[in-house]
Design a protein around this ligand. Sequence first.
Ligand SMILES: CC(C)=CCC/C(C)=C/CC/C(C)=C/CC/C(C)=C/COP(=O)(O)OP(=O)(O)O
Ligand SMILES: O=P(O)(O)OC[C@@H](O)CO
Ligand SMILES: [Mg+2]
Length: 230
Amino acid sequence: MHANWKTWAHVTKLDPDKRLPEGAVEEIATSGTDALMLSGTLNVTQENLHELLDLVSSYGLPLVVEPASPDCAIFDGGIDYLFVPSVMNTNDVRWVVGKHYTWLHQASSVDWEMVVPEAYIVLNPNSAVGRVTGADCSLSTEDVAAFAQIADRYFRFPIVYIEYSGTYGDPAIVQAAAGAVEHAVLYYGGGIRSAEQAAEMGRYADTIVVGNAVYEEGIDVLRATVRAVH
Ligand SMILES: CC(C)=CCC/C(C)=C/CC/C(C)=C/CC/C(C)=C/COP(=O)(O)OP(=O)(O)O
Ligand SMILES: O=P(O)(O)OC[C@@H](O)CO
Ligand SMILES: [Mg+2]
């Protein structure tokens, strides 16, 4: 059975393009995080994705793959969900619906029970995801609230994701998104490296995501971010 993703407060994002030291996977998997998400914008392949899945799949934690391209939209390897992004704040339609069209044109089979669409609002122009998607990151709190409403109330995306990948964001922006979203689960990710930051964003977001800190800080930092939202 698939774990209920709507209840997760803390998700750890692992990048198939990065290496973890010996023993780190076990520490991460037993840190108390609610789920592992395998994702990255650049250099993710079916090969490094499956390699990482092999490393993490024996711990019983819910596993999500979040593809940045159709070739990484997989359903095997023991995963529970495929979270598929669309970027709200880009004028480049490929990242809203174009890649999705390509994906479904080619897909041999799709397990729709596993697919969870995500509405991304990308706010760090210097991140890989910001550069690749050409997102307009100079948004006011009102702009973000409007995009969050479009995603939630109009398109009915089940997830609205405030993405500052690589840098800690503006809590007032996340607060505005929280105020605008009625039904969707609100994700926040970007630059969380302490319990204080986890708690601050966790006040507004339903689910916080920790990525780079796993690679750049010790396991104690990850554990502290988990405790801050549980
Ligand atoms: C339709 C399918 C199957 C795929 C396309 C899905 C889309 C539109 C992706 C757009 C880009 C996006 C929102 C990717 C999500 C993953 C993500 C944001 C990873 C974090 O990326 P960075 O941290 O900026 O990049 P690196 O970690 O690779 O440097
Ligand atoms: O890597 P960081 O900066 O923690 O961001 C987490 C996640 O939102 C990236 O997609
Ligand atoms: Mg990253």
